[in-house]
Design a protein around this ligand. Structure first.
Ligand SMILES: Nc1ncnc2c1ncn2[C@@H]1O[C@H](COP(=O)(O)OP(=O)(O)OP(=O)(O)O)[C@@H](O)[C@H]1O
Ligand SMILES: [Mg+2]
Length: 163
């Protein structure tokens, strides 16, 4: 079963705030798959997520770093597959172990390594609408993420924000 939530973000800060909410609700083993073109807001959302997880210092890595680890109330594994040219190349990198590492795994350009996708995950598609506007569609696959989405909805209705 898949449950979806469609949002509009009107600023980088709103996108970060969505990430922050997710970070607060995250549980060990969670996997968030991010898709969207260059500049869609994947890293911005991840910054918020790090904040929500209580990561003290989020330093933006050089783009050639494939996986960054951060220490929050649980580890955050941030993968960026932009530089990965083929699924074969991705398969050789041994990325699977992160998904079972007891932290939260966030994968930018997740569509480049669909073999990595676990049975349950939260898919977050960011679409560029205008310079400051993004459409963000969250799809929960599996019971863990359907529950997460319920909690997220509740947070939105509580503070009345759109994203
Ligand atoms: N509503 C919005 N949400 C997110 N970012 C926005 C928004 N409006 C404008 N921006 C700008 O768009 C850019 C998003 O950059 P970001 O690095 O988060 O994208 P990305 O998807 O990670 O790109 P890349 O594929 O290059 O890694 C930033 O410069 C940010 O300020
Ligand atoms: Mg990025």
């Amino acid at each position: 079963m898949t449950v979806s939530l469609s949002l509009i973000s009107k600023s980088k800060e709103q996108t970060q705030l969505l990430g922050e909410k997710l970070g607060r609700l995250a549980e060990p083993g969670d996997v968030y798959l991010l898709t969207g073109r260059l500049g869609a807001g994947k890293t911005s959302l991840t910054q918020g997520l790090a904040r929500g997880l209580g990561v003290a210092e989020y330093t933006r890595s050089p783009t050639f770093t494939l996986v960054n680890e951060y220490d929050g109330r649980m580890p955050l594994y941030h993968m960026d597959l932009y530089r990965v040219d083929s699924p074969e190349e991705a398969m050789d990198l041994g990325l699977e172990e992160y998904l079972y590492g007891g932290g939260v795994t966030v994968i930018e350009w997740a569509e480049r390594a669909t073999f990595l996708w676990p049975h349950q995950y939260l898919l977050i598609k960011l679409t560029y609408v205008s310079p400051t506007k993004r459409h963000i569609e969250l799809s929960a696959v599996g019971s863990r993420y359907i529950r997460l989405m319920d909690e997220l909805r509740r947070l939105f209705s509580k503070d009345g924000s759109e994203a």
